[in-house]
Design a protein around this ligand. Structure first.
Ligand SMILES: Cc1ncc(C[n+]2csc(CCOP(=O)(O)OP(=O)(O)O)c2C)c(N)n1
Length: 380
């Protein structure tokens, strides 16, 4: 007998008035990622969409190689390449309307560029500047977010506020597989579902959070299954299939716009490069795994379909390649112009009155910069 029972105070609690409020079955994702390219359904894909996606994917790939080259030339502090993930980036961004908002992570430069942002402005933060480089309100693109998943509650807040105001706005929030383990992911999805906010969450499951593989990140059946616990539909899509990504995203955006509430989409893809230029991926994965994904390259998948339809001749390839090269040349030449960066600006706009710690950090940085200048002067 327990102490409570001995005292006679123990009364078993009545069973809670519990009931299943939502039938979970329609919320469940399919067992396999949704695919279009390489299946019979591909024949129905719109020709203009295919050609547009192809051009954008090739541009996106070229942007990635150019930005990575700029890190090697010391023109860019860091670049998290999305090579291999271009279909997620571009097809998702193209599913939005002009008035909608994008909430990107640090890896989602291509989504921002596909939405019309100047390719150089998109690299401002990664260049080491203290500001975003563009007006988020003008472009309806939130700043590229480095603290994992913090962009998600922001997206929900904006989407919910827009709905309260009666504005026709949908927010697309992008996050990595690792970001789904953050508290912000939970809070954002919970609020989004309770409020039925017009927001779409796109998880790019690229296999790794730096060196941590998905198996060590979660024991969930899939990341899309997490949706069910919040009461929103989960969708699983092949993240390398640009047509499938575009279709699934467009449906979810439409649903959100019509008042149907949020959706969680897991796009299964693969990060072909290292986490950033500062990472050595050979320390935690085998080349064979990377090579196996080459056969499922997002550009290759679209090109196979275009070729089969007789829409990709040498002329077309050249036009697309020239367009990508022109973009890369412009990016290169503008990034090669010396930026006016003063590292001390980091402290300028944080607080109206600096805290003691910030004053100390500013003094430390000032001393380091002075020592560096002196060393440069001595070496000259
Ligand atoms: C709150 C927070 N914790 C840790 C980090 C350090 N960090 C930067 S990237 C990263 C891995 C993220 O992986 P994932 O979400 O899968 O996105 P991916 O980089 O693969 O696109 C970590 C842990 C961070 N930026 N923010």
């Amino acid at each position: 007998m327990t102490v409570m029972e001995q005292r006679g105070a123990y009364r078993p609690a009545p069973p809670p008035a519990w009931q299943l409020r939502t039938d979970p079955a329609p919320l469940l994702p399919d067992a396999e990622p949704y695919r279009v390219l390489g299946t019979d359904a591909a024949r129905k894909a719109d020709q203009e969409l295919l050609l547009c996606l192809h051009g954008e994917l090739v541009r996106g790939r070229r942007y990635n190689t150019q930005a990575t080259a700029l890190t090697k030339q010391g023109r860019l502090a860091v670049y998290p390449s999305s090579t291999g993930q271009e279909a997620c980036e571009i097809a998702a961004a193209l599913a939005l309307r002009e008035q909608d908002w994008l909430f990107p992570s640090y890896r989602d430069t291509l989504a921002a560029v596909a939405r019309g942002l100047d390719p150089v402005a998109a690299l401002t933060l990664l260049r080491g500047d203290w500001h975003t480089g563009y007006d988020p309100r003008e472009h309806r693109i939130a700043p590229l977010c480095t603290p994992l998943a913090t962009q998600l509650p922001h997206a929900v807040g904006l989407a919910h506020a827009a709905r309260l105001k009666g504005d026709d706005v949908v927010a697309l929030a992008m996050v990595g597989d690792g970001g789904t383990s953050e508290g912000d992911f939970h809070e954002a999805l919970n609020f989004a579902a309770v409020w039925q906010a017009p927001v779409v969450f796109l998880v790019q499951n690229n296999g790794f959070a730096i060196s941590v593989p998905l198996a060590k990140q979660t024991a969930a059946p899939s990341l899309a299954h997490k949706a069910v616990g919040y009461g929103m539909p989960g969708r699983l899509v092949d993240g390398n299939d640009a047509v499938a990504v575009h279709e699934v995203l467009s449906e979810a955006v439409h649903r959100a716009r019509e008042g149907g509430g949020p959706t969680l989409i897991e796009a299964v893809t693969y990060r072909m490069e290292a986490h950033t230029n500062a990472d050595d991926a050979t320390r935690y994965r085998h080349d064979a795994e990377v090579e196996a994904w080459q056969d499922h390259d997002p550009i290759l998948l679209v090109e196979r379909e275009l070729t089969e339809r007789g829409l990709l001749d040498e002329d077309r390839r050249r036009t697309v390649r020239d367009d990508a090269e022109a973009m890369a040349a412009d990016l290169r030449s503008r990034m090669n112009q010396e930026p006016a960066l003063d590292p001390m600006d980091l402290f300028t706009h944080v607080y109206a009155e600096q805290t003691t710690q910030l004053r100390e950090q500013a003094a430390q940085l000032r001393a380091e910069l002075a020592a560096e200048n002196e060393a440069d002067g001595a070496g000259a």
